[in-house]
Ligand binder design. Structure first.
Ligand code: SAM
Ligand code: SF4
Ligand code: SF4
Length: 341
């Protein structure tokens, strides 16, 4: 008798018809910075860091990725906390790059440790890099990192990444009203004429500890107008459906900038992203109150895990950013450094 083929769950769609395409994996929940919008000093004590045994091991992460890939995930992003604090990260990159179905493997980092690791990450198969950079003024940069970051380290990290063969690096920049607004033109100007793409991200109400106020948000339209007044821009077509950033090119051909407008122009309708926390919880929205524990299911192997994940995705109805205006101010939300950006 011929054994039946293993049951492969059909590519699931959630309750709003959205497929599952992207997975963000937080490989560590702690950080060497204390950016006030993410992990404010004092309010997020170091005890929030997990002990090592609570973090998913590389075998578990690989099993999870194999299961997600069977459900349609082709894009992976490693994040944190600060992912470059996770020991032996290039080994994980090499394993994930080899998973069938994974076509795009990226990493988001604060760049502080990138100079020493860019080459190994590239060699391991990392395809794309995003480096966060909120100011080019050294004192302001330090202050925005909670007094811990050094601008030169990040610029050296970007240079090392270029040398290692990363061609077009995305540069994440969160602009806050009255804080670093004057850095917009400096950052845009710094990367004009390079293949790198600054992406201006609206300050978001992630988590409960950053003291978010709507007045602190600078809408993307305003930032775009400021840059356009100095260096005229034109809209570019999205690279793929559901792209988070809207793309704009300089009319003189000197490169590209992007805007992520999750407060002023929510994009929940096209959100096909899941998130896996360092301790193995699945989050189907960045603003969720709680996750679904996966570790035990990972232990049951790829087939059973894929079935379980498909079931969780099929009942997803998240669309927080579209409902923000009516959300209660005291709504509990998971913290950004825990879930990954
Ligand atoms: N530590 C890495 C880094 O900073 O790039 C990766 C994790 S961090 C949580 C990912 C991204 O989230 C960063 O680009 C950061 O600027 C962004 N971020 C954190 N808190 C934010 C907030 N409240 N609003 C908007 N973006 C935020
Ligand atoms: Fe750390 Fe990144 Fe959060 Fe800043 S944004 S505190 S670098 S995890
Ligand atoms: Fe996706 Fe949630 Fe963000 Fe909407 S609010 S785009 S559902 S992560």
């Amino acid at each position: 008798m011929i054994d039946p083929l293993p049951a492969t769950p059909a590519l699931p769609r959630d309750l709003l018809g959205r497929p599952l395409h992207d997975l963000r994996i937080s490989v560590i929940e702690t950080c060497n910075y204390r950016c006030p919008y993410c992990m404010p000093e004092g309010l997020t004590p170091d005890e929030t860091a997990l002990d090592r045994a609570s973090r998913l091991g590389f075998d578990e992460i690989e099993t999870a990725v194999r299961a997600f890939a069977r459900l349609g995930v082709s894009k992976l992003r490693l994040t944190g906390g600060e992912p470059l604090l996770r020991r032996h990260l290039p080994d994980l990159v090499a394993r994930l790059a080899a998973v069938p179905g994974i076509e795009d493997l990226a990493l988001t980092t604060n760049g502080s440790l990138l100079a020493g690791q860019a080459h190994a990450l590239r060699q391991a198969g990392l395809q794309r890099l995003t480096v966060s950079l909120d100011a080019l003024d050294p004192a302001m940069f330090r202050s925005l990192s909670g007094g811990r970051g050094n601008l030169d380290d990040v610029l050296a990290g970007i240079a090392a990444a270029e040398a290692a063969g990363f061609r077009s690096i995305k540069v994440n920049c969160v602009i806050q009203r009255g804080l670093n607004e004057d850095q917009v033109l400096a950052i845009a100007g710094h990367f004009r004429g390079t293949p790198h793409v600054p992406r201006f991200i609206e300050y978001m109400d992630v988590g409960n500890c950053n003291g978010w106020r709507r007045e602190g948000v600078v809408p993307s339209a305003e930032l775009r107008d400021r840059i356009h007044a100095r260096w005229p821009l034109r809209s570019l077509t999205p690279t793929y459906r559901g792209e988070v950033a809207t793309r704009h090119g300089y009319e003189d051909g000197a490169g590209e900038v992007g805007f992520v407008s999750s407060v002023s122009d929510p994009f929940c309708g096209d959100c096909h992203r899941a998130r896996l926390s360092a301790d193995g919880q699945l989050f189907t929205c960045l603003f969720a109150a709680r996750g679904q524990p996966l570790r035990e299911h990972i232990g049951h192997g790829e087939d059973a895990l894929a079935e379980h994940l498909a079931g969780l995705w099929r009942v997803r109805a998240d669309r927080y950013s579209e409902q923000r205006a009516s959300a209660p101010a005291d709504r509990k939300k998971i913290e950004m450094f825990y879930i990954g950006g």
